[in-house]
Ligand binder design. Structure first.
Ligand SMILES: O=C(O)C(=O)[C@H](O)CO
Ligand SMILES: [Mg+2]
Length: 258
């Protein structure tokens, strides 16, 4: 039986962030993920989880200046001190929230840049973060993101992420397979999932191409859910989609899949 986590950055947006926890629990979710908790104190977020009997299963390291368009700094040369401070901050939140894994966003790279330098920076930061997180038994996740939504993003395919993960060599580094991005960039979802199964730490879903509920579009999600079960996938499935209307009104797929 698949385990679904509500993504509170995209779902339940008809409520303010704190109220999304209650809405997710009422709708039947037992776990949540979100991009960033940093606008709130760790104790506040921990309280919302506790009050609603929810687990937090994922959030991201601080991404640089998000409002200015930055999308992570892990691959950006010259930002290492900021990256390291972000790892410390994320660990503080993860311990307070009981979160088992955090995602390190790579960042956007200028088209004329020296790719080797960005790759080297990304690997060094990955090594640092993995070792720090391992001290607390936490995992580090890498997520390939499609270039249509995020032009210039450093990490775009599952194969690229797994190659970098293997090169880093730290056992607590895993890859996130977001089926939405993977379908846009590569297709062949079932075979790709099976190929990398042992090193996939988290999955996410949304319809393609519109990124709405996973009950429409070009991907057959009931087939994917069945495959995950058959493969014995133990991780969570993050529902990272923009509801077409009110979140609760679009949850028939969730009730049918649970
Ligand atoms: O875009 C996604 O798919 C994401 O998961 C976030 O933007 C980065 O964590
Ligand atoms: Mg994602």
């Amino acid at each position: 039986m698949p385990k679904f986590a509500a993504n509170l950055t995209m779902m339940f947006n008809e409520h303010e962030f704190p109220a999304r926890f209650t809405a997710a629990a009422k709708a039947g979710f037992e776990a949540v993920e979100f991009l960033f908790p940093y606008d709130y104190a760790p104790t506040e977020v921990a309280q919302w989880l506790k009050e609603n009997n929810l687990k937090n299963i994922l959030f991201n390291l601080p991404p640089g200046d998000w409002a200015a368009g930055e999308r992570g700094i892990a691959a950006l040369p010259g930002r290492e001190d900021e990256f390291r401070a972000g790892v410390t901050k994320a660990i503080e939140y993860a311990l307070a929230l009981g979160t088992p894994q955090v995602h390190m966003m790579a960042g956007l790279i200028p088209s004329s840049s020296d790719l080797a330098l960005y790759r080297k920076t990304y690997l060094a930061n990955m090594k640092f973060a993995a070792k720090e997180l391992a001290k607390h038994k936490l995992n580090l996740l890498l997520e390939p993101i499609n270039t249509r939504d995020m032009p210039g993003y450093f990490l775009n395919t599952q194969a690229q992420a797994h190659e970098l993960r293997a090169e880093c060599g730290e056992p607590n580094v895993k890859v996130q397979m977001d089926f939405y991005h993977a379908q846009i960039m590569e297709g062949d979802l079932a075979m790709t999932f099976k190929k990398f199964f042992n090193d996939i730490g988290h999955t996410q879903i949304a319809s393609v191409p519109n990124r709405n509920e996973p009950d429409d579009g070009e991907v057959n999600f009931p087939f994917i859910f069945k495959m995950l079960d058959e493969m014995g996938y133990q991780g969570w499935i993050g529902c990272e989609y923009r509801p077409k209307g009110k979140t609760e009104d679009g949850l028939a797929w969730f009730k049918a899949a649970k």
